[in-house]
Design a protein around this ligand. Structure first.
Ligand code: RIB
Length: 408
């Protein structure tokens, strides 16, 4: 199975400023860095640095030779890369002191991808091969249609969003990788949760990956929903973080890893990328990602999780009779789907299983420390179905409640 990335190559002019310039405002900066970039190029480099072989197709302009060199230096196969007589695409990027960015794009050579060139490139690939696409070159719709005819696995990152996206038939896509804003825009929904429901209903075969910024990411298909929290890092520059994620996702998918493992590696890689400047230059290699993960595990930087664990635990204890996920979600300030995944991630249990365990624990405690009858205890912890409670209690403590009390 081969991996082809048909995508943009840009020269990024990155200006560091205190805050992103508002309309009508003039800001001064003395910090200009010129970096290789473009969503396509960044993603190819990420795939290569993650350890997979990738072919990059796209057009570079007369001033874009250094981009070709960079791809080659990173082990990306440039057989299909085309040089055109035009100015290379470039991006004017403002990076604020908070690490946020704002991008202005001049497409240049990236808009010179013709249908003839696409046909020639696709001749080199066959059914089952992976094709990665973003929305930064001309004729994306045409590439999708041809790749679909060939039965290739199409992985689509519809960034940057524009009117062309409405022409895309998502039934042809195998995997779509979006951030929350893109998910909402495509689905015309107001929340990530509603967008997920939209994708599931409208495109049941589509596999969706949603990156949630600092909140982590999710993988969703018709049967599964997985959540991965983000890694806590100091944000320097978010440019290219999504591309790093996509590249790692594809490389690990091609390697046949589980979705849980893929999300973990892709999240770790993009967290490293946001902790330093530039797009392509900030992408880590697999050795760095793995050693960072080892370090995190060794240091069990779990301060954040412990706080969350305590909040979940307190909520359940205080509301043992009628605790529910929607209520917890509104207290934590997240959606129910997100909270459900968070609970699973932090406690290792689904919300209903967690509640069940807590109720058993409280009942066991009351059996040993009070004179309440079993019926009163069951009523106090909120079980309507007594026999079900007795069953799970026995499963957990190896005795029915009365026998357990005798252990006093
Ligand atoms: O995703 C980041 C990239 O978007 C930058 O490298 C810039 O070139 C724009 O295409």
């Amino acid at each position: 199975m081969k991996i082809l990335n048909f995508g943009s190559c840009n020269i990024d002019f990155v200006y560091s400023i205190d805050h992103i310039v508002n309309p009508g405002e003039t800001e001064r900066t003395s910090t200009l860095n010129i970096f290789p970039g473009g969503k396509g190029l960044n993603q190819s480099i990420a795939v290569a640095r993650a350890g997979a072989k990738v072919y990059h197709a796209g057009c570079i302009g007369t001033d874009g030779e250094m981009l070709k060199q960079l791809l080659e230096d990173n082990g990306v196969d440039v057989t299909y890369l085309k040089s055109v007589d035009a100015k290379n695409g470039h991006a004017i990027i403002q990076v604020s002191s908070e690490g946020e960015n704002s991008i202005f794009l001049y497409p240049g050579s990236n808009e010179m991808i013709t249908t003839e060139y696409i046909d020639t490139v696709l001749e080199g690939f066959e059914a089952g091969d992976i094709i990665i696409l973003q929305n930064e070159i001309s004729n994306v719709k045409y590439i999708i249609e041809r790749a679909y005819e060939k039965n290739m696995c199409i992985i689509f990152n519809p960034s940057p969003m524009n009117e062309r996206i409405s022409e895309i038939d998502f039934n042809m896509i195998s995997y779509v990788l979006v951030n929350t804003g893109e998910a909402k825009e495509i689905s015309s929904c107001e929340t990530a949760e509603e967008s997920i429901a939209f994708f599931r209903e409208r495109f049941p075969e589509l596999k969706v990956v949603i990156t949630l910024g600092k909140k982590g990411c999710m993988y969703i298909d018709k049967d599964n929903e997985l959540y991965q929290s983000s890694f806590n890092v100091k944000v320097v520059d978010t440019t290219g973080a999504g591309d790093t994620f996509t590249g790692y996702f594809v490389a690990e998918l091609a390697a046949g890893n589980s979705y849980a493992e893929i999300l973990k590696l892709a999240s770790a890689a993009s967290s490293i990328a946001v902790s330093r400047n530039g797009a392509a230059p900030s992408i880590p290699d697999m050795a760095e990602v793995k050693s960072t993960l080892k370090y995190i595990k060794a240091n069990k930087d779990n301060g954040k999780n412990e706080i969350l664990l305590e909040r979940i635990d307190t909520y359940v204890q205080q509301n043992i009779k009628d605790a529910n996920l929607a209520d917890l979600a509104s207290i934590l300030g997240y959606s129910s789907v997100y909270t459900g995944n968070l609970v699973k991630n932090v406690t290792g249990l689904t919300f209903s299983k967690l509640l069940q365990c807590k109720r058993c624990e409280i009942a066991a405690d009351k059996l040993l420390t009070t004179d309440m009858s079993v019926e009163e205890i069951i009523e106090s912890i909120g079980y309507e179905n007594e026999s079900f409670f007795r069953k799970i209690f026995k499963e957990r403590y190896g005795a029915n409640p009365l026998e357990y009390r005798k252990r006093k």
